[in-house]
Design a protein around this ligand. Structure first.
Ligand code: ADA
Length: 569
């Protein structure tokens, strides 16, 4: 994975990024013509990237083939892909080694018996959309394709550490923590193998033991409960992180953990038992030049801007964002909401009843909790965004997602972003109630917000949900950067956007049962060109920054308000 720190010190990891041979396959003939054995007539592209930013391919939907030769010492390899959009089929030396559906998630395949020398890795990425796609055709972002995040080949030897999650419970007074590790260990040898295993968290060795596994056997080792006293909590002002090191005789895995408690009580969100107001933005990890293959340098810039704005939280709309970005949030003490790309109105009733769709969503949740578990900044898991939560079938699968997130998701709040405030069935399942609403932009006027806050309070009281903190997870207005107006209410002007957002913030801030807000959105993003959503320039222009991160008037207004709210605490 692409992290802020080295995940391995003794394991050899081959960097497969950079130049790959590439060729589109509009007729989808590559497989029948055997391109996985040798890719004919490719161009050179740089991975990670999306093909849409190659000349002439902005709107290309179809298959794209990638091929790279690499040299290895051989043995057992773990081939790791950060994100392939959206269906991935993978071959090594002409042999199919696996496939994976879904962008924005890491996946990997282990292959054994590899000879020393040069090998050929071939990937077919397919971004075509059908009735079971995530997201569906009607989506408010561009359908990029390709190998959007990093690719590595890990040479595994002996007992290897595939995964490590630290499961913990803080003491009532938050001064000590009881914890254990859940390790996924794998024997990369073709014979039985034994190794010592140690787990350290900061200065504390929490486990020392020995494991024996048969050839190519995998096991989950749950270490006995250990305790750390005088623990340094992870918090917004003091984001203390502990290095977690898992070591065997031949392998290692490093990660970081932060200990904190998130809970809800009487309309409040408590972080380490202190009530907080969530002040944030919705962020797509997208840029017109890189699409979803977002460069680390820009992640840093986004966070600097987010901090400058006075945010204490970010919603990763609408999919798991890069680990490196979440690492940066961990370090800066910024709270994060992570969700899967089950987006909105695009999912019709038929799709929501389709078992393949439901199962895909479930698998995406499992991948999200598997790969992101240790990040302390993630305090919210989002089940979905604006799907038809008034349907009983949606309630049913949300129940299943919810159970998984509670059981396997660590100490996090569970929610979904709803656009049917008064008819939603799934709020029943949530820890916090999250509403997307666009009064003053898609119809209605600013004063309808006041009526909403009164009506919604009544509604949740009637439903018996009063007490769950309410968050406004989306609200905003479009503004064309550089378009100004002297008078109020001129749509698309920077002034109107700024005024609308300020009106909402002041109202939400003083509404007692509301404990946070995420402005839609951090910056403009490219939207679907194939599915014309009537977006000016084919961009969603509701960013308070434009797509190149230049501030609009609203940026400065939000910064003023967020800093004022922080100072009031
Ligand atoms: C929805 C959706 C966002 C965006 C927004 C808008 O709330 O969740 O992704 O499309 O509407 O700009 O209309």
């Amino acid at each position: 994975m692409n992290r802020l720190f080295a995940e391995h010190k003794i394991r050899t990891v081959l960097d497969l990024n950079g130049a790959w041979k590439f060729r589109i396959d509009p007729e989808n003939v590559g497989e029948s013509e055997g391109w996985y054995k040798s890719l004919p007539d490719g161009d050179t592209v740089i991975v990670p990237s999306v093909w849409n930013n190659e000349l002439g391919l902005l709107t290309y939907e179809g298959c794209g083939w990638y091929e790279k030769k690499f040299e290895t010492a051989g043995g057992t390899l773990c081939l790791e892909f950060g994100s392939v959009m959206t269906q991935a089929d993978i071959w090594l030396d002409g042999n199919k080694i696996g496939d994976h559906y879904g962008a924005f998630s890491q996946f990997e395949f282990i292959v054994t018996g590899i000879s020393e020398g040069v090998h050929t890795l071939t990937v077919r990425a397919d971004n075509r959309i059908d009735k079971q796609s995530f997201p569906q055709r009607y989506t408010d972002w561009h359908n990029y394709g390709g190998m959007a995040r990093e690719v590595y080949a890990h040479e595994l030897t002996g007992i290897s550490v595939l995964r490590n999650r630290i499961v913990y419970t803080l003491s009532e007074d938050l001064t000590s923590v009881a914890l254990h590790a859940e390790l996924e260990l794998y024997n990369a040898c073709d014979a039985e193998c034994s190794s010592p295993v140690t787990v350290t968290v900061g200065e504390h060795t929490i486990y020392e033991g020995e494991v024996t596994l048969g050839a190519y056997e995998t096991t989950t080792l749950v270490t006995p409960e250990a305790e750390i006293e005088e623990v340094a909590l992870w918090d917004i002002e003091t984001p203390n992180l502990y290095e977690v090191a898992v070591q065997t005789a031949t392998d290692d895995l490093y990660d970081r953990v932060g200990f904190r408690l998130i809970e809800v009580e009487d309309n409040n969100i408590l972080l380490n038992k202190t009530s907080i107001e969530l002040r944030g933005v919705n962020r797509h990890e997208e840029h017109p030049e890189w699409g979803f293959a977002f460069p680390p340098k820009l992640m840093k810039k986004d966070i600097d801007l987010i901090v400058d704005l006075g945010c204490n939280t970010v919603r990763g709309s609408h999919y798991p964002q890069s680990h490196m970005f979440v690492d940066m949030l961990d370090e800066r003490g910024i709270l994060f909401w992570s969700e899967i790309p089950m987006w909105g109105v695009g999912f019709g009733e038929q799709a929501l009843e389709d078992p393949v769709v439901v199962e895909r969503g479930f698998r995406m949740h499992k991948e999200m909790t598997k790969y992101y578990y240790n990040h302390p900044s993630i305090i919210i898991w989002g089940m979905h965004n604006e799907v038809k939560t008034y349907l009983p079938c949606v309630f049913e699968f949300s129940k299943k997602y919810n159970e998984h997130l509670r059981k396997d998701g660590g100490n996090r709040l569970i929610t979904h972003a709803s656009n049917c405030a008064f008819g939603d069935l799934c709020m029943e399942l949530d820890d916090i109630i999250c509403i997307n609403m666009y009064n003053g932009w898609y119809g209605n006027t600013l004063s309808d917000w006041d009526k909403f806050t009164v009506d919604f309070e009544k509604h949740i009281k009637e439903k018996g949900w009063y007490g769950k903190p309410v968050i406004m997870s989306e609200f905003g207005a479009g503004a064309l950067a550089g378009f100004h107006a002297h008078f109020d209410n001129v749509r698309w002007s920077e002034e109107y956007q700024s005024e609308l957002i300020a009106y909402c913030l002041e109202l939400f801030h003083k509404t007692e049962y509301m404990r946070g807000f995420y402005i839609w959105q951090f910056c403009n993003i490219r939207t679907s060109i194939a599915m014309d959503l009537n977006r000016v320039r084919y961009f969603n222009n509701k960013g308070i920054l434009d797509e190149y991160r230049n501030p609009k008037a609203a940026y400065f207004k939000v910064r003023e308000l967020f800093h004022r709210y922080a100072a009031e605490e």
